[in-house]
Design a protein around this ligand. Structure first.
Ligand SMILES: *Cc1c(COP(=O)(O)O)cnc(C)c1O
Length: 431
C-alpha cells in the first residue's frame, strides 16, 4: 500500500469483497449465533478471546441430556447414546487434535485454574535449592495467584519464589533468546516454567518448542497455560515434550461461559515405568474398568484421565461437544490459514491509522495468534465505549490497550474493516 495516496473507498470495498469471496471458511459463520444490537443488526464481535460465540448445535445437545435426565434418571449414566459414565471420552479425540497430543494425554475436566492447581500438585515439587516458578510479568492474574499460592503452600516466600519475566526496556514482548538465557543462567533454582502459550495481554505466541526445550534442559518442569492458544494457534504438545498443559474452553473453543476445561499430561509422566509423582486423587481418576468395585485403593485410569477427581458436569460438557465437532470439520490447518489472512488484514488496516495506534502484538505472524493488542494515544476506555455504541465489540485493558480478536470461524473481513473505520472515527472525536 502506498503511504502518500490512501486507497479510495471503492478500492477498499473491492478489496474486502475480494477477500470475502476467497474465504472458504465464510460459511462457518452461520454455525454460530451472532449477537445483535437492539435494532437487530449483527455486532462486529472481536471478543472471542474472552467468550467465544455459541454454536447453534449446542442447545440441542444440552436438551438431549436434559431430556435423558427427565426420562431415565440414574439410568442415564449407561444409556445407549452418549452415556454419562463415559461422556468426557467424547471430547478426547478432538482435543488431542487441537493441542497435538496422543488421545490418552488429554482429558476434559474442571476449569482452568483448578486444573493448574491439580497439575502443580504433581509437577511443582520444590526443594530448598530448586523452588522458583517462572511466569510472564503480564501473566493473567489467576495464574499469578495460583503460582504464588503454590509456593506459599510449600512454605516458600512468593516474593522470592516467583520469577516474573519482563521485556527489554522500550519493548512490549519477550524475546525467546532472553528467556533461554535466563533459564540457562538461573536454571538451578527453577522448579517450574509456567507461561501462557499466547499471552492474554500482548497476544504474543511463544516459541513453545524452543522454550520447552530450554526449560527442561535447565532441569525444570515446563507447563503451558493454553487459555489463549487452544483453538487459536497450531500446537504440538506431544512432540515438543511439554510436561503438562491446561486450557479453558470458553474462549476460542466456543464452549460457553464456565465451560469444562482441558488438561494435558505427557505420556512420559504416566506410561509404564514412568517416575511416579504425587497426585491429588478422586474416584473419577480411577480405572473405569474397576471403578464400580468401589475398592478403597486407587487404581489409576490410563493417561491424563488419572488426574480427574469427580464425575463430569454433563450439561456444561454438551456445548463443548457441539463446538469440537466444528473444529473437527474445519481442522486446525485451515483455521490457522484463514486466521493468518484475517489478522494480517486487520493489521494492514490499523497501519493505515498512522501513529495514533500502535499494535504491541508481534508483527511476525508466527509469533501471534489471531488477537491484536492495540495501544492507543487517547483515553482507551472512552474509545472502547464509542466502538461499542457503533456495534464493534472489543475489550479494554488498563491503561490504554484495546484487544481485538478476529476469530477465523465467525469473523469476517468486513468486521475488520468496520473495526478500523469505527476506530478512526472514535480517535478523531474522543478527547
Ligand atoms: C482466561 C484465563 C484464565 C481464566 O481462568 P478460569 O479458571 O477459567 O476462570 C486463566 N488464565 C489465563 C491465562 C486466561 O487467559
Amino acid at each position: 500500500m502506498n503511504k502518500t495516496t490512501p486507497p479510495s473507498a471503492t478500492a477498499r470495498e473491492a478489496r474486502v469483497r475480494d477477500l470475502e469471496a476467497h474465504d472458504e471458511l465464510a460459511p462457518m459463520r452461520d454455525r454460530f449465533h451472532i449477537p445483535c444490537d437492539e435494532r437487530g443488526a449483527e455486532l462486529a464481535y472481536f471478543a472471542g478471546n474472552s467468550l467465544g460465540l455459541e454454536p447453534k448445535t449446542a442447545r440441542a445437545l444440552v436438551n438431549e441430556e436434559l431430556d435423558a435426565w427427565a426420562e431415565l434418571g440414574v439410568a442415564g449414566h449407561f444409556k445407549e447414546r452418549r452415556p454419562w459414565f463415559s461422556y468426557h471420552e467424547l471430547a478426547r479425540q478432538s482435543l488431542a487434535r487441537i493441542v497435538g497430543a496422543n488421545e490418552r494425554e488429554v482429558v476434559a475436566m474442571n476449569s482452568l485454574t483448578v486444573n493448574l492447581h491439580l497439575l502443580m500438585a504433581s509437577f511443582y515439587q520444590p526443594t530448598p535449592d530448586r523452588f522458583r516458578i517462572v511466569i510472564e510479568d503480564t501473566a493473567f492474574p489467576s495464574d499469578s495467584y495460583a503460582v504464588a499460592s503454590q509456593a506459599a503452600f510449600h512454605g516458600f516466600d512468593p516474593a522470592d519464589a516467583i520469577v516474573r519475566l519482563t521485556p527489554r526496556a522500550g519493548e512490549d514482548c519477550l524475546r525467546t533468546e532472553d528467556i533461554e538465557e535466563r533459564l540457562d543462567r538461573e536454571g538451578q533454582s527453577i522448579a517450574l516454567v509456567l507461561l501462557g502459550g499466547v499471552n492474554y495481554l500482548t497476544g504474543q505466541l511463544f516459541d513453545m518448542e524452543r522454550l520447552t526445550r530450554a526449560g527442561r534442559a535447565a532441569g525444570a518442569v515446563v507447563g503451558w497455560d493454553l487459555a489463549h492458544a487452544a483453538g487459536n494457534a497450531p500446537l504440538r504438545l506431544h512432540d515438543w515434550n511439554v510436561d503438562f498443559a491446561a486450557w479453558c474452553s470458553y474462549k476460542y473453543l466456543n464452549a460457553g461461559a464456565g465451560a469444562v476445561a482441558g488438561c494435558f499430561v505427557h505420556e512420559m509422566h504416566w506410561k509404564i515405568g514412568a517416575v511416579s509423582r504425587p497426585r491429588l486423587e478422586g474416584w473419577w481418576g480411577s480405572d473405569p474398568v474397576s471403578r464400580f468395585q468401589m475398592a478403597p485403593e486407587f487404581a489409576p485410569a490410563p493417561g491424563a484421565d488419572a488426574w480427574q477427581l469427580s464425575n463430569p458436569p454433563i450439561l456444561s460438557m454438551a456445548p463443548l461437544l457441539a463446538s469440537l465437532a466444528i473444529f473437527d470439520e474445519v481442522g486446525m490447518d485451515r483455521l490457522r490459514e484463514k486466521s493468518l489472512r484475517l489478522t494480517g488484514y486487520l493489521e494492514e488496516l490499523l497501519a493505515g491509522l498512522g501513529d495514533r495506534v500502535r499494535v504491541i502484538t508481534p508483527t511476525d505472524p508466527a509469533q501471534r495468534g489471531c488477537q491484536l493488542s492495540i495501544a492507543i494515544n487517547k483515553k482507551a476506555k472512552a474509545v472502547q465505549s464509542q466502538l461499542s455504541a457503533a456495534g464493534v465489540v472489543c475489550d479494554f485493558r488498563e491503561p490504554n490497550i484495546l484487544r481485538a480478536a478476529p476469530t477465523p470461524l465467525y469473523n469476517t473481513f468486513h468486521d475488520c474493516w468496520r473495526l478500523a473505520s469505527t476506530l478512526a472515527t472514535a480517535l478523531d472525536s474522543s478527547h
